[in-house]
Design a protein around this ligand. Structure first.
Ligand SMILES: Cc1cc2nc3c(=O)[nH]c(=O)nc-3n(C[C@H](O)[C@H](O)[C@H](O)COP(=O)(O)OP(=O)(O)OC[C@H]3O[C@@H](n4cnc5c(N)ncnc54)[C@H](O)[C@@H]3O)c2cc1C
Ligand code: FES
Length: 385
């Protein structure tokens, strides 16, 4: 057989030998790789069936669902992480993330604590229709809103709003139940006193443990209420903390809370790198978001054509992912707040609005990919899934 011309080149033999050796080494390791895949699958399962074993009423608008594994061990998690729940409701296949409120050393179940969102699809389903014994579809815990001793100060200052208390509850339960050497100041805002989730437990923990301080802040208190009132502002933060040194700040709650608290923290000289925040879904009203084009009404209708697929109606004020799901097109989604990039689609023509700061990779931006969970159509679009 005639030799290939490359076989005449200097060094050909050495390279060919090296390639053969790599193949051999690769083969020898293939057993380990399977083992590694097995472990990875257990730690980060793409599918996880969970059974509702208890439903605990926390406040008039909030319930905790206790979820136990059905056919596997529960994957471990870090306090602050969430699980996605997948469901089909009124013919719409969708998902929502919920932070785990139980603590990680509790390995028999995950608690998720759900607050009803008026007209919300999934929260109302979980509150009204799910009962003990039901099965829910989920996946392994996700997210990076957790304490990291390498980067974060021992003293955590946690700002929670409404259901944003859940990741902090997991962290606080872990600290007190495992005796961790950490200090927490929790400043927790709610509209009314009876909206405060885990109120008796938080008060009891703060009384028993010197390293946990709990300050509920009530926006619309009764006249007789003597605690902190209004919003979590710079004056209150200064009064509670004294100085801002050697502290890491964690924020979790509705968009409005970030919009209000971040400038207050900045005015106290807190550096941005000292602030960690968890986005609790897309902005509630995108038209109020900085940068939203003033001429576009959120009800304005457009069309989206999917490459090699159908054309669907959408409107400007609804995230593209939600419009796709309503039409039975279900891109994968996990965080639904722009962070994980699972829901990305390529925009072939037309423009969308994505809130500033959405962590889209530079290469994705260059090639036209957007995160559909936080992308809002501003014109007719053609997209590729
Ligand atoms: C990482 C992460 C963790 C989360 N953990 C929790 C948790 O522990 N407990 C919990 O109750 N929720 C949590 N959420 C919010 C949750 O995923 C859903 O967004 C929420 O339950 C509303 O879903 P829905 O289907 O009922 O409302 P949708 O049908 O999605 O929304 C209906 C309308 O309500 C607005 N809306 C959506 N979410 C909120 C909100 N939180 N407050 C006010 N208005 C809203 C929407 O913009 C929309 O206009 C978390 C979100 C994220 C991203
Ligand atoms: S679902 Fe995570 S970025 Fe959209």
């Amino acid at each position: 057989m005639r030799k290939g011309i490359w076989q005449e080149f200097d060094g050909y033999k050495e390279i060919a030998d090296e390639i053969e050796l790599s193949f051999e080494a690769g083969k020898e390791r293939s057993f380990d790789r399977q083992l590694a895949d097995q472990y990875l699958g257990r730690l980060h399962p793409k599918e996880l069936k969970l059974r509702v074993v208890d439903v605990i009423e926390e406040t008039p608008s909030t319930k905790t669902l206790r979820l136990a594994p059905v056919d596997a061990l529960l994957p471990p998690f870090l306090a602050g992480q969430y699980i996605p729940l997948f469901a089909e409701i009124d013919g719409i296949r969708t998902s929502r993330p919920y932070s785990i409120s139980s603590q990680p050393k509790q390995t028999g179940f995950y608690d998720i604590t759900v607050r009803r969102v008026p007209d919300g699809l999934v929260s109302n389903f979980l509150m009204d229709q799910v009962k003990v014994g039901d099965l829910l579809d989920s996946a392994g815990p996700q997210g990076n809103f957790n304490f990291n001793p390498l980067y974060h100060d021992r003293h955590m200052v946690c700002f929670a709003g409404g259901s944003g208390i859940t990741p902090f509850m997991s962290m606080i339960r872990e600290i007190v139940e495992c005796g961790l050497d950490r200090e927490v100041t929790l400043i927790y805002g709610n509209r009314h006193l009876d909206d405060v989730i885990f109120h008796p437990e938080l008060e009891s923990i703060a009384q028993r443990f010197d390293n946990i301080t709990f300050i509920p802040v009530i926006e619309k208190p009764a006249k007789t209420y003597s605690g902190a009132c209004g919003f979590i502002n710079a004056a209150l933060i200064q009064e509670v903390l004294g100085d801002m040194q050697d502290k890491t700040f964690f924020l979790c709650g509705p968009q409005g809370m970030y919009d209000f608290c971040l400038p207050e923290l900045e005015s106290l000289g807190v550096a941005k790198r000292k602030i960690r925040k968890e986005m609790y879904g897309p902005p509630v009203d995108i038209c109020d978001y900085p940068g939203w084009p003033s001429g576009i009404n959120p009800d304005k209708n457009f069309q989206v054509t999917i490459l090699d697929g159908k054309t669907i109606p959408v409107n400007a004020g609804t995230p593209l992912l939600v419009s796709l799901e309503k039409e039975g097109i279900v891109p994968p989604s996990i965080c639904r707040s722009g962070e994980c990039s699972m829901c990305r689609v390529k925009v072939l023509s037309g423009k969308v609005f994505q809130p500033a700061g959405t962590p889209v990779r530079k290469s994705d931006t260059r090639f036209g990919y957007v995160h559909s969970c936080v992308s809002y159509p501003l014109e007719d679009l053609e997209i590729m899934l």
